[in-house]
Ligand binder design. Structure first.
Ligand SMILES: Cc1cc2nc3c(=O)[nH]c(=O)nc-3n(C[C@H](O)[C@H](O)[C@H](O)COP(=O)(O)OP(=O)(O)OC[C@H]3O[C@@H](n4cnc5c(N)ncnc54)[C@H](O)[C@@H]3O)c2cc1C
Length: 300
């Protein structure tokens, strides 16, 4: 069977873009995750859509990985194909106030490109360590801005390899949600519209956000950012702190002392440590305050 899978993949994607037994912890910001059977980096939209169709037609399990900054990968690894959308699909083209970015382009690089062209509106995204694809899926946002504010449309493909465009409205973007996950679409590229601004003002806003991040967030430890979504009317971090869980530890996983909304990997955390910590924290917050906090991090 693994030979058959390899034959299918290598009939579509060049051999040098296919790895077997690849450690997922190398590809997640949590630095957690065992071996994936196959780790494939398609070179373009055509290869990606053909690959997805072939895997789907042959009932082979796959998972889409962007920059791995919102994922908890299992210690046992992944029995199937990880499709990595990264540098190979990361072209950025600017024309006027529009930017078309490949799904694999990093938000930080795209925001830098916007700054270079004096385009304002993407400052909020410069410090989010995700890819454009992951940011569309999650409707990533920070400091009062979110992808919904700047997306014109996204080019996506479905499980049958059909490629089409979804407008901002059709993406149904809301707090850390889009239609992509529900429909199992894959983001291939995204068109963004920004406004003409002054480079020095844009840079000043980016610098301000970045120093606020460094001051408030435990960036010195591996994590997946805010572990929980913001429950309506509350802040997850505040609830966790008020529940007395700041610094609470399970194995190598810990509620950050700097920002209680972050679960950090203090060195040797396993996915099981993080899962147990998430479960304990949510149960304890519910027991003490009757508020449900849901994980924002995707559990692979
Ligand atoms: C230190 C730190 C700070 C953070 N701060 C913020 C913040 O301020 N705001 C915020 O919103 N998030 C933040 N995050 C979380 C994370 O960066 C975002 O959710 C980001 O959008 C995830 O992008 P990614 O490319 O890393 O996606 P991944 O983690 O690789 O994937 C996330 C989900 O999207 C899916 N996916 C990824 N790419 C695609 C694609 N091309 N097509 C279809 N599905 C895809 C995956 O299957 C998975 O379900 C932070 C994370 C860290 C580690």
């Amino acid at each position: 069977m693994p030979e058959d899978i390899l034959n299918i993949i290598s009939s579509i994607v060049p051999k040098e873009n296919i790895k077997t037994k690849e450690l997922l912890k190398k590809h997640t910001t949590f630095r957690i995750g065992g071996y994936a059977d196959f780790f494939v980096s398609p070179e373009n939209n055509g290869q990606l859509s053909k690959l997805v169709k072939a895997l789907n037609d042959n009932n082979i399990k796959y998972y889409i990985l962007g920059n791995g900054s919102n994922i908890l990968a299992p210690d046992e690894g992944y029995e199937g194909v990880i499709i990595y959308i990264g540098e190979n699909m990361s072209d950025i083209e600017v024309s006027g106030t529009k930017i078309v970015a490949g799904a694999g382009a990093l938000l930080s690089r795209t925001a830098k490109e916007a700054l270079k062209c004096s385009l304002a509106g993407m400052e909020f995204a410069a410090g989010i360590p995700g890819s454009i694809g992951g940011a569309v899926v999650m409707n990533a946002g920070a400091y009062g801005g979110e992808m919904r504010d700047i997306i014109v449309s996204a080019t996506v493909c479905d499980r049958n390899g059909n490629i089409f465009i979804l407008t901002n409205e059709e993406l149904e973007l809301s707090y850390r949600h889009s239609i992509i996950e529900e429909k199992e679409y894959i983001v291939l590229e995204c068109e963004i519209n920004l406004k003409k601004g002054k480079a020095e003002d844009i840079k000043a806003v980016m610098d301000d956000f970045s120093s606020r991040r460094r001051e408030k967030q435990p960036l010195e430890y591996p994590s997946a950012g805010s572990t929980f979504k913001r429950p309506t009317g509350y802040f997850a971090g505040k609830l966790i702190e008020d529940a007395g869980l700041k610094g609470y530890t399970v194995g190598g996983a810990k509620v950050s002392e700097k920002h209680s909304g972050f679960v950090i990997n203090t060195g040797n955390a396993t996915a099981e440590d993080v899962r147990s910590l998430i479960k304990y924290v949510s149960e304890e917050v519910y027991r003490q305050f009757g508020v449900v906090i849901e994980p924002e991090v995707k559990i692979l």
